[in-house]
Structure formats: structure tokens, C-alpha cells
Design a binder for this molecule. Sequence first.
Ligand SMILES: [Zn+2]
Length: 301
Amino acid sequence: MTDLGLRVDVDTLRGTRDGVPRLLEILDRHRVRATFFFSVGPDNMGRHLWRLLRPSFLIKMLRTHATSLYGWDIVLRGTLWPGPQIGARAAAPIRATAAAGHEIGFHAWDHEAWQRRVERLAPAEIRAIFARGIDSLAAIIGRMPTAAAAPGWRCTNTVLLEKEAFPFAYGSDCRGSAVFVPVAGGQRLSQPQIPVTLPTYDELVGRQGVTDDSYNQRLLAMVRPGELNVLTVHAEVEGGAKSDLFDRFLQEAAARDVCLRPLGELLPRGAAAPLGAIGPELIAGRDGWVAVQRQIAVAAE
Ligand SMILES: [Zn+2]
């Protein structure tokens, strides 16, 4: 049996209101528990999509049929008037996710603003965003979220250092291949990282001949027995236009003896994880940089 960590990112109001209930129903039917990372502040994601209007992004929009994938309401959200507060407008599906036994993590206050300017935020601003977002999420579910995952895998050493002030069991802020304990600013941090190892739907489909028909098989072929495997799905995609595809993915995963779990269950028991670091890199199919796991040289004792 091979473990596959399943992470659900929820970026928008519609993803929370419509995508989350559909995913809860699908996961329940397959008896799978996952980690949900929620966004709770304003939904301005339409701004994010329009700001990326460059030839490379237009090609991606066409490749993934973005308006049919996300819907026009998400594409326009926050462009004509300020976006709605997700936590205030859609607390019920967030509460239902916790009640169904899924692990709950914090994703974003304002997903769009974070992705646009995280590297220019002062440490105190980062800490204030976490405090505000975690307060809001904790008020909805009645306890602290277990973990955090930076929007768009946009994470810096400053972010890692500021997150240490909050009681997260782990972070899932980067792409990589193994659980590690991050070193940032010369410090060994206390919160381990559980990196995402597999590409998202929009990163993989339309590239190297991958279509919806071959997507699930291609993704499962990337799951490596005996190693860390983590998949991110989006409430807006796998809980929306691609929910049937995701339903079949869970069926095919079970048939191959791949066991989906919340990320927290992938933390090594007993032994500490090796040290590592993060750095910005470009990855195939995604616009702009993401934080990627890096090896660090360990001095001889
Ligand atoms: Zn996100």
C-alpha cells in the first residue's frame, strides 16, 4: 500500500460554497479524509487572473479552458467591486468540513494580494495577516487550524520565520520530494514542511499530450511507492467542473492500493525529519515563482 497525502485548497467564495460540499460528498463516499486549506478574507481572485494577461497566460487560459474550468464569476471577482469576505459569507461549509473529520488548515486572508506581493511584505505585516486569518478561521471551527499552506506556494524565509509564532503542527508551503525541517535565517525552525510532490490539474493537463482521458493514469503513475506523495486539488476545479474526473481518480487510486490521507498523517513518527531550505523557482505549467525545497549542506560534526 502506498500513502498519498491529499490536500484541498479553497481559494474563492464559490469554491467554498459550492466546491467544498461537493468534495465532502465525494470524499465521504470513498471514505477518504483530507486536509482542507481555507481562505477566509476577501475574494479578489478575478484580479489575479486578469493581472496575468500576458501571452503565456492567455495560452494557459485557452489550454485549460479557464472560463469553463473556473466560471465567469471567479474570473471577474474583485475586478469591478471589492470582493466578498469568504469566511463571513460561507462559514457553514467550513464548519461541515471540520465536523466530517477532515484536517483543517489556514490558506489565505486575501489570496490575490498575498500572491502579488508577499516578497514585499514586512515581517509585522505577515504576522498580522496570519493573526487575522487564523482568528477568523478559529472563530468558525471553534479551534485553531492544524497547519498552514501559503497561497500559490509563495513562501519566503521571512514567512517561515513569522509562522513560528503560531501553533501549527506543520506547513505545506512549497514543492518538493520529502518531509523536512526548514532552516531559515540561520535558524532551525520548529514546524516541519510537508511539500507538495505532484502537479495540479492546470499544471499537467494540456501538456505532453495529457488530456482528461489520460489525466488520472498519468497522475497515478507519478506516485512513488515508499516515498512522500502529496497531491493538491482545488475546490474550484475538482469540486467543480472536474468533480467526475476526481471521483474516478479516487476509484482508480483505491484499485491500485493507493491510500489517501490527510497531510498530518504523513509526518514521520519518532525520528526527526532531515533539514532543508526553500528557494524561489519556476516550475512547468505555473505562472511565476513558487517556493521549492532545497538541500542544505550539513557541516561535519
Ligand atoms: Zn490557493
